[in-house]
Design a binder for this molecule. Structure first.
Ligand code: CTP
Ligand code: CA
Length: 235
């Protein structure tokens, strides 16, 4: 492939990247989910592998085309996780063996406190709409950052909706500090931005709270810019 011949600047680098949206079960047929397609995470995995990295992609729920693209790539090993807890376990297993950890997955913040073994029915509810009790999931990224080994680079993502009285950048800086990561990639989302779109706009914040890069383009272009930023902080 032309790309392989052109640029192998990530050769020798071992990268783990999570992608897609976790699904938290309510009962055997229902779950709490989110709109992540996994395409940005997949683009990162593919960009890294095309540039010579040895990539492990840990997939929560992703679009079928995303899964097949990753599984068909010779430089990518695919692992799967359904829930946030499963994703946490997979990442913990993979992280000690890599140089770079990238959490691009959309992880559910909460799971259902007690999952019903049988399908919830309206009949059993007796006309009273049920209330779901939620419990918080562990912060996988913060845990990976806290436990990172010397020389390991930990990268997070943040999808933010514009908030009153605070810029996206200010929120990103706070989140990067809270997570303790080396790089945080922030993108603006809304009802029509960020999800299910071919193009993406990303601002990458580094450990000095500076903007390392700001890029708009295809998910592949954005992925390449993130790889560039990772290689830069590691050099
Ligand atoms: N993340 C994670 N584990 C969680 C939640 C989030 O590892 N339980 C990771 C995501 O994969 C992402 C980063 O943390 O890389 C930021 O996710 P985000 O949802 O923006 O952060 P939260 O801390 O959950 O904050 P918010 O209240 O804004 O959702
Ligand atoms: Ca969250």
């Amino acid at each position: 492939r032309a790309i392989l011949a052109r640029r192998q600047d990530a050769a020798g680098l071992r990268i783990a990247v999570s992608a897609g949206g976790t699904r938290e079960p309510i009962d055997p047929v229902r779950f709490l989910g989110n709109r992540s397609s996994g395409r940005q995470g997949a683009a990162i995995a593919i960009a890294a592998a095309d540039r010579g990295a040895e990539v492990t992609a840990v997939l929560a729920h992703v679009d079928e085309s995303v899964r097949s693209a990753l599984e068909g790539h010779p430089g990518i090993r695919v692992r799967v996780a359904g829930t946030a807890a499963e994703l946490a376990a997979e990442m913990r297993e993979v992280a000690p063996g890599v140089d770079v950890v990238i959490m691009a997955a959309a992880v559910a913040d909460y799971r259902v406190a007690s999952v019903s073994e049988s399908k919830l029915t309206k009949e059993a509810a007796g006309g009273v709409p049920p209330t779901l009790e939620l419990v918080e999931n562990e912060d996988i990224l913060a845990g990976l950052a806290a436990d990172r080994r010397p020389g390991q680079t930990v990268v997070g993502f943040a999808a933010e909706t514009p908030a009153e009285g605070e810029t996206l950048l200010e929120r990103g800086v706070r989140k990067r500090r809270r997570k303790g990561v080396d790089l945080l990639a922030v993108n603006a989302v809304g009802w029509s931005e960020g999800f299910e779109q071919a193009d993406n706009a990303l601002t990458i914040i580094d450990a000095q709270d500076q903007v390392a890069a700001s890029v708009t383009g295809s998910k592949r272009e954005v992925a390449d810019a993130l790889i560039d930023a990772i290689l830069a902080v590691r050099s």
